[in-house]
Design a protein around this ligand. Structure first.
Ligand SMILES: C[S@@+](CC[C@H](N)C(=O)[O-])C[C@H]1O[C@@H](n2cnc3c(N)ncnc32)[C@H](O)[C@@H]1O
Length: 263
């Protein structure tokens, strides 16, 4: 019982650190409230040299990308759970991702050179799209399973001593019109800004490239897990850009989750 409570505590702490990093990300990307944002150095007088800034920023984003993708693979999870209880695996993933994000926010080198600036109604439209992106991203986690994605469900199931139910294939709400609404939300939040600087542009380009690569791995795992059901979904539903005047959709039956489906 003590071990199960410790797992739950670990999951709650990891979730708390994730929440802090997510809230900080809102301020960081949008240049709101936080002491250090994507365009404002802590030490305002000391702008980094752009070459150094590009290298440091790319290293920080690569660290996040490698951790986030390697730890999401089934083979890595199998190895990790030889040392850790399976109920801690997702919380560990969430904890490390959040700590790396906080490191990125802390060590980020702004490159303030302006790339575009828009004013008036166009600026307000872009700000609206930016916040819509964050809203879509947050809402999408609830459409898949927020508490499962962030490791709390696994800890609660372990506390009850019951079996963790397998991952099921879902297409609720936004998942009916795009396969990856969470990533679509991030892309909108990263790109829609009335004042784009060189540093922000680097952030948006590198993260877009990472998302496009990471989705290939994620979809490979989803095809392995759900087979023809996911392949049919892939043919029917666009990846990131909703089809506004789409083809007629056919209803599909839910498929049972085969053993070894990714979490
Ligand atoms: C961080 S979520 C991102 C989901 C999706 N890529 C998106 O952008 O909305 C990643 C997890 O969602 C799972 N996943 C993605 N699409 C899913 C679906 N249609 N049904 C169930 N799980 C899904 C993946 O297996 C992975 O474990």
């Amino acid at each position: 019982m003590v071990a199960r409570l410790a797992i739950l505590l670990y999951a709650i702490v990891s979730y708390g650190i994730f929440t802090a990093s997510f809230l900080y990300a809102l301020g960081f990307v949008g240049n709101y409230v936080v002491p250090k944002s994507i365009d404002t150095p802590i030490d305002v007088g000391a702008a980094a040299n752009p070459g150094e800034a590009i290298v440091v920023n790319l290293l920080l984003m690569s660290l996040f990308a490698v951790q986030h993708s390697v730890m999401a693979r089934a083979s890595f999870k199998r190895r990790l759970t030889q040392f850790l209880p399976a109920a801690c695996e997702r919380s560990t993933y969430v904890l490390l991702s959040s700590l790396i994000l906080l490191l990125l926010f802390w060590q980020w080198r702004p490159i303030p050179a302006p790339v575009w600036q828009v004013h008036g109604i166009a600026a307000w439209l872009l700000i609206g799209v930016h916040w819509l992106g964050w809203l879509i991203a947050f809402a999408s986690t609830h459409m898949i399973d927020h508490f499962d994605l962030f490791g709390l469900r696994q800890a609660l199931v372990a506390l009850r001593g019951t079996e963790m139910p397998g991952q099921s294939f879902k297409t609720p709400l936004l998942y009916k019109i795009v396969r990856h609404p969470l990533m679509l939300g991030f892309l909108l939040a990263f790109w829609a800004t009335p004042e784009m600087t060189a540093g922000h542009l680097l952030f948006a380009i590198a993260n877009t490239a990472y998302i496009l690569v990471a989705l290939q791995f994620e979809e490979r795992d989803l095809v392995a897990a759900f087979g023809a059901t996911y392949q049919e979904y892939r043919r029917r539903v666009p990846m990131l850009v909703p089809r506004l005047f789409g083809r007629r959709r056919t209803e599909q039956r839910p498929s049972p989750r085969p053993a070894g489906a990714p979490q």
